[in-house]
Design a protein around this ligand. Structure first.
Ligand SMILES: *[C@@H]1O[C@H](CO)[C@@H](O)[C@H](O)[C@H]1NC(C)=O
Ligand SMILES: *[C@@H]1O[C@H](CO)[C@@H](O)[C@H](O)[C@H]1NC(C)=O
Ligand SMILES: *[C@@H]1O[C@H](CO)[C@@H](O)[C@H](O)[C@H]1NC(C)=O
Length: 381
């Protein structure tokens, strides 16, 4: 593995994730398909469904075009069966048109467009090609097209996550975070009140200062962040990227910890107990999606903890890209037993010990692992 450098794979992955972020924004703004603001009923999630399928189609089509000779293997969340059902016809139409518009823009990001617009059957074929089950051998792309469904629907944080796993190890990680507050000076914008962390919480209406794509390559010891290109803006591809690095804070009293927004996804009671025993003083930063990993890698928070209810199996696409980015940016990610996450055993993180703990450094990480040992037996997880 050491002699493969993944330069081309990383380059293509960054470009297609960038394209996907732009697609998600369009769908969210109602420029394609039903607008989120038109969706009154809580369970009508058609915009996010359109974004999910469309991102999966453009990523699959692009990877196959470029790496097709190698029979690309893609592991992804969505399954084409549901989309091709008759009752999904309205959605399928919106997906085809979204995919077509998005791929027509691909050259703006240095990617190829199809010679002719893709039809419904080609879009379905691209989506259904993402049926790999991963595993310990070979090369598998892992995609979460829209991670953080509620975040997307609420115009809060969500992510497009793409990783490449080779021989069971994550070798490339790319996270598109369309609503992540980018440090203002990077885009020549001055704002004295720029508080990255506080801005993570409330969804802001001004999208001009938000959005980035974060990426890394295994063994590089580096992670990069590029601001997202907005429409009607000066930024153009190729976009400048900056190095990012984890925070140097190792005092629990000064550290910020992130966790899932929904109690259904992680026990807030258990992490509150851990926070207290470790000496964390700040309120938890509850963030949707893999943007939590982005916050650790970019130095905006120091700790991310997730303890799902017993019986829930974590999926590789919810972690692969974020874990590698945090590690290469200088952080540490393990399960609650202190062992590395195992991406080699199919679509689940099999053998995960209780939960996931990502930290900016060893000192905080060791303290949390110790606290888990001390308090686990009395927890009800
Ligand atoms: C790709 O898949 C096809 C059909 O399964 C197979 O015939 C072909 O040998 C594969 N090519 C490579 C390079 O693995
Ligand atoms: C695809 O998009 C192009 C450019 O936006 C448009 O002219 C064409 O009608 C679209 N075709 C389909 C099948 O959606
Ligand atoms: C979060 O919880 C919901 C509801 O139980 C579940 O459907 C979803 O898969 C969970 N997601 C993650 C990333 O844990």
């Amino acid at each position: 593995m050491g002699d493969v450098d993944y330069t081309e794979e990383l380059d293509v992955a960054v470009r297609v994730v960038h394209l996907a972020c732009v697609l998600c924004r369009r769908v969210q703004d109602g420029l394609i398909g039903p607008s989120i603001d038109q969706v009154k009923s809580k369970d009508d999630d058609s915009p996010v469904t359109v974004a999910d399928w469309s991102v999966q189609a453009i990523v699959s089509w692009t990877l196959s075009e470029i790496f097709g000779g190698q029979n690309v293997s893609i592991v992804a969340e969505e399954d084409a069966q549901t989309l091709s059902k008759a009752d999904s016809a309205g959605i399928l139409e919106a997906v085809v048109s979204t995919v077509n518009k998005s791929l027509a823009e691909a050259p703006k990001f240095g990617l190829r467009s199809p010679d002719n617009a893709l039809g419904a059957s080609q879009v379905l074929e691209a989506i259904s090609r993402c049926n790999s089950a991963g595993g310990p051998t070979g090369r598998h792309w892992v995609l979460d097209p829209v991670d953080g469904t509620l975040g997307f629907v609420r115009r809060d944080q969500y992510a497009v996550a793409l990783a490449l796993i080779e021989k069971g190890k994550v070798v490339i990680g790319v996270l598109g975070c369309p609503n992540y507050p980018v440090k203002m000076e990077w885009i020549n914008y001055h704002d004295q009140n720029c508080q990255i962390v506080s801005k993570l919480l409330p969804p802001s209406s001004d999208s001009a200062e938000k959005g980035c794509v974060i990426y890394t390559k295994r063994g590089s010891g580096k992670a990069w962040m590029q601001p997202l290109i907005h429409e009607d803006e000066k930024l153009e591809w190729p976009n400048s990227a900056r190095l990012i690095r984890v925070s140097s804070i190792d005092d629990p009293a000064k550290a910020t910890f992130c966790e899932p927004v929904e109690k259904a996804n992680s026990s807030h009671t258990f992490t509150a107990g851990l926070a207290q025993s470790v000496g964390l003083r700040k309120q938890p930063l509850r963030v949707y999606s893999m943007v939590k990993y982005a916050a650790i890698a970019g130095g905006d928070a120091e700790i991310f903890m997730k303890f799902a209810r017993s019986g829930y199996k974590e999926k590789i696409w919810d972690h692969a890209a974020g874990v590698l980015i945090v590690q290469e940016a200088g952080g540490v990610v393990t399960d609650a037993g202190g062992r590395p996450l195992d991406f080699s055993r199919g679509i689940y993180l099999e053998g995960l010990d209780r939960g996931v703990i990502a930290c900016s450094g060893d000192i905080l990480h060791d303290k949390i692992i110790e606290a888990v040992y001390a308090s686990w037996d009395s927890s009800n997880l």
